[in-house]
Ligand binder design. Structure first.
Ligand SMILES: [Zn+2]
Length: 230
């Protein structure tokens, strides 16, 4: 094992730690503000239904989904899925997350371009995450450098996907905060707590991107190292 491999593993460990820190942060922030109930007694589902109807969206269903922090908007099905700790909860965290998911539904309705780009690059990213490693392993193992390089290029689609995810996520939260501010869903104090949850969630996307960039660097080092030894 040379320094090269040592450094390349170091990159992966740094990425893992960044992701872990962001995950712990979002879980603890969510937990803290899940205990703070909003004064209007609105559940996540109530808030979502009010926001959607205010935005003139009548064809999106709101449904519960299992798990924690699994909330998402599915553009293909036009369903806004809220986790158990959001759907029926009257916490400030629940309203914030529901509003964020509504932000995605509004992006979809408006034909927000980064959202389309994310959907398209998601397909490439799936292919990239499945086939990059096999191509690199086979390419380096059998000395087909071109194959290994193709694997690295495929993996870069995962980075691209996570890169275009950032504006989509930040914009959904920006819309959520604006809606909560102007519609009076939450009081000023409740709003600032809700913002903290959304910021913590946004940081997980940033951490995922950083971690994937570090993995890409590692792959470039490995494939570059394979060429060096030829
Ligand atoms: Zn989102």
């Amino acid at each position: 094992m040379d320094d090269y491999y040592f450094i390349s593993y170091g990159l992966v460990i740094i990425g893992f730690l960044i992701t872990l820190a962001a995950e712990i942060n979002v879980k603890s922030t969510f937990k803290r503000y899940s205990k703070v109930m909003n004064s209007r007694g609105l559940t996540g589902a109530d808030a979502a239904s009010m926001i959607l109807s205010n935005a003139g969206i009548t064809d999106v269903q709101i449904a519960p989904v299992g798990g924690s922090l699994t909330d998402h908007y599915s553009p293909g099905e036009k369903v806004l899925r809220l986790s158990q700790t959001v759907f029926g909860s009257t916490s400030v965290a629940a309203v914030g997350i529901a509003a964020h998911e509504c932000g995605h539904a509004i992006q979809h309705k408006e034909g927000y371009n980064p959202l389309r780009l994310r959907t398209a690059s998601g397909i490439l990213a799936n292919v990239g995450s499945w086939f990059s490693w096999p191509l690199i392993v086979i390419g380096l193992g059998f000395g087909f450098l071109g194959l290994a390089q193709a694997g690295v290029i495929l993996f870069s689609f995962v980075v691209l996907f996570q890169l275009v995810t950032l504006p989509v996520e930040f914009d959904a939260s920006r819309r959520a905060v604006l809606i909560m501010e102007t519609s009076g869903l939450l009081s000023t104090e409740e709003l600032s707590a809700s913002k903290k949850v959304l910021t913590a969630a946004a940081l997980t996307y940033l951490a995922a991107l950083l971690s994937t960039i570090l993995q890409l660097l590692r792959l470039i080092m490995i494939v570059g190292g394979g060429r060096r030894r030829d």
